[in-house]
Design a protein around this ligand. Structure first.
Ligand SMILES: [Zn+2]
Length: 330
C-alpha cells in the first residue's frame, strides 16, 4: 500500500483520457477557459479532481500551469484562495441546498477578493433543486469577465436544459486501462497493487482509490485493535511492539485514529456509557484518558524529531497499560 499521497496530481494524470479533456487542459493552462464548463459522467471518474485541477490552472501564477508550487496553487490546494469558490454537498446532505446557491450569488455580486480570475466550482449540480439551478442561470449567462464556472454532474438528466445550454459539456467515460494504471502508480501504488485495484473497478479510478482507502483504513483499525487497544499488562507490550515495528509510514494516520478514540472514550466516560467506545478503553477514567491523549499529542511531536518510531510506540504502549489498565511498572 502507498507510503505517501503525492501533493499535487500533475496534468499528465489527466492526459489521454479523452481528446476533449486534452484540449481543455491546454485551454485552461493558456487562460482560454470557457465561461462555464460542465463535466458529466458516472461516479468514480475523478470529475471533482479534474475540476479542481482546471481551476488551479486559472489561478496559478507560474508559467507551467498549474505548478502546484506557487502561492496561488498552494492556497487553492488548501482551500484558502479568495478567488476559488467551491459549492459542494455538506456532511450527510444528499443535495446542494438553496441557501448555498444564495450565498454563492451574494459572494459573486461582490468585488473579487483577489486580483485575477475568479473560479467557481459547483460539484454535483444535478442535486440542486430546479429553483436553485434557475437562480444560477443569470450568473452563467452573464458571467463577470473574470468569472469562470466549472460544474460537475453524474446525472445530466437532472440538470436543467437551460443550464446545460450555457455550458461547454465535457462528457467523460471509462478511463483507458493504461491511463488508470499510470494514475494509481503515481498515487503511490505498486504496479501489481494498481492492477489488482483496477480489476475491481475497471475504468473508474475514483472507485478504485476509494476501495484502496477503505482497505487501508481497515488495516489500520486492525493494527490498532491488536496493539494499542488490546495491551493490558507488561507482557502484552513486546508482541504489540513487534507488530508496530513496520508501521512507521502509517504513524500519522495511526496516531490520528488513537486520538479520535481517546476523545470518544472521554465522551463515553462523561456520558455514563451513552456514547459507546468500541475499544478496550471503554470504562477508563477521564483523568487516565487525558494523560493518554496528551501522550498521543506528544507522540505526534516526536515524529518530527529524532526519536525513533519504535521508541514512540513503546512509550505509548507503556502509558496505556499504566494509565488505562493501572498496570504497575517502575
Ligand atoms: Zn502555481
Amino acid at each position: 500500500m502507498p507510503q505517501q499521497q503525492p501533493l499535487v496530481p500533475e496534468t499528465a494524470d489527466y492526459q489521454g483520457i479523452s481528446l476533449a479533456l486534452d484540449e481543455l487542459l491546454i485551454d485552461y493552462a493558456q487562460g482560454r477557459a470557457p465561461h462555464a464548463l460542465i463535466i458529466s459522467g458516472v461516479a468514480g471518474l475523478l470529475k471533482s479532481d479534474i475540476a479542481h485541477h482546471l481551476a488551479r490552472s486559472l489561478l496559478c501564477t507560474a508559467s507551467d500551469k498549474p505548478c502546484g508550487e506557487c502561492a496561488a496553487c498552494k492556497r487553492a490546494i488548501s482551500g484558502s484562495h479568495g478567488n476559488l469558490l467551491v459549492v459542494e454537498r455538506q456532511g450527510k446532505d444528499t443535495s446542494l441546498k438553496i441557501e448555498q446557491t444564495r450565498r454563492l450569488l451574494d459572494t459573486l455580486s461582490l468585488t473579487p477578493l483577489e486580483k485575477g480570475p475568479r473560479t467557481i466550482i459547483i460539484l454535483e449540480v444535478d442535486t440542486m433543486t430546479p429553483a436553485a439551478q434557475n437562480a444560477l442561470l443569470k450568473s452563467l449567462e452573464e458571467p463577470e469577465r473574470t468569472d469562470s464556472f466549472i460544474l460537475t454532474t453524474k446525472n445530466e438528466q437532472a440538470v436543467l436544459s437551460t443550464v446545460l445550454s450555457r455550458c461547454r459539456v465535457l462528457r467523460l467515460f471509462a478511463w483507458p486501462a493504461e491511463r488508470m494504471q499510470a494514475l494509481l502508480e503515481r498515487r503511490g501504488y505498486t504496479a501489481d497493487e494498481a492492477r489488482e485495484l483496477a480489476k475491481n473497478a475497471p475504468g473508474l479510478p475514483g472507485a478504485a482509490l476509494a476501495v484502496a482507502q477503505n482497505k487501508k483504513a481497515d488495516a489500520l483499525q486492525d493494527l490498532a485493535a491488536r496493539t494499542f487497544f488490546s495491551v493490558r499488562t507488561l507482557s502484552d507490550i513486546p508482541p504489540a511492539s513487534m507488530l508496530l515495528k513496520d508501521a512507521r509510514d502509517s504513524a500519522g494516520p495511526l496516531l490520528d485514529l488513537l486520538e479520535q478514540e481517546a476523545h470518544v472514550a472521554i465522551q463515553s466516560a462523561f456520558s455514563g456509557g451513552h456514547v459507546y467506545c468500541k475499544t478496550g478503553w471503554q470504562g477508563a477514567s477521564p483523568g487516565a484518558l487525558r494523560v493518554v491523549l496528551e501522550e498521543i499529542h506528544q507522540a505526534h511531536r516526536y515524529r518530527f524529531s529524532n526519536v525513533s518510531w519504535q521508541a514512540i510506540a513503546d512509550r505509548l504502549l507503556f502509558t496505556i497499560t499504566k494509565e488505562i489498565h493501572q498496570c504497575q511498572w517502575s
